[in-house]
Ligand binder design. Sequence first.
Ligand code: SIN
Length: 277
Amino acid sequence: MNVRKLTPAIGAEISGLDLSTRPDKTSADKIYEALMQHQVVFFRDQNISAENHLSLALSFGEPQLANPLYPRHPASDNIMILRSGADNPPDTGGWHTDITYHQNPPFACLLVAREVPDCGGDTLWLSLTKAWETLPGGIKSEIEELSAVHDMGDFRNNFTEGQSDAGALIDAHQTFGSAIHPLVKTHPVSGRKLLYINESFTQQIIGMRATESNRMLDYLYRHIEQPENQVRFHWTPGAMAIWDNRCTSHYATADYLPHSREMHRITIINDARCPGG
Ligand code: SIN
C-alpha cells in the first residue's frame, strides 16, 4: 500500500490496495492511520460493490442509517444515493462539516463515485486543524473559550421546496433541533486543536451580539476557506474518498448541470479505534 500526500495541509491518495475484497485488519489499520494523518484519503479505479463499501465502513465503526430525505441503496439502508442532474439539482454545495446541528456529529464518511460528469463535479475538503494553527495569536486568545450554536442552516431549503406553507419546516426544526459546540476543539486521536465552525450550520457565537458574531464568523470563514487549507479531488468512476468529519469541512462543486452525477455515501457514527472519540 502506497500513500502519496496531495497537499501539505490535507489529503493523500492511497494506491496498491484492491477494495473489491474486504481489507484484512492490517490494511484497514493502515488506511485508518493514513486517515488520521491526512484527514481525507482517496482511492482510484476501485471495483467496489455495495457489499464491499459496507464492509469497509464496518471496519471503521458503526454505519448510520441513510438520511430518509435521500434514496437508499436497495442492498443496504446504510448507503445513501446522492444523484443529481438536470431534474434534480445538487444540494450539497456550500462548505459544511456533516451534521454539526447534532451534539455528536458522525466520525467519518466513505463516498464512492458511481457516475461522474465529463468535467466538473469535483469535491473540496479543508483542514480545520491547519485553519486553527494559522490563525493570528490575538484572534486565538479572543475565541478559544467561546462556543457557537449550530442548527440545520442551509438544510432548511430541503423542507420548503414545493411546499405551500411552513409546516414541513416547522416539523424539521423540531426534529433536527440545534447543538452547541466549542469554537475550538481538540482532535481525539491527533491531539491537534481545530477551528470547529462551518458556513452551512454555525449560526451564532454565544455571548456576542448577532452583528458582532456575524463579523467574527465571516472573518473566520475567510481564513478557513483559504486555498492553502484545501485539497480538491477530481472524481473518476470507481474513485472513493474517506474523510474524518471531526476535523474537516467539504464542498461539492455544483458546476456540471445538465449532466448527471451519482455518488454513494456511508456515514460512520463512531470511531471504533477511539471509543468516545
Ligand atoms: C456531501 O456533502 O456529502 C456530498 C459530497 C459530494 O457529493 O461530493
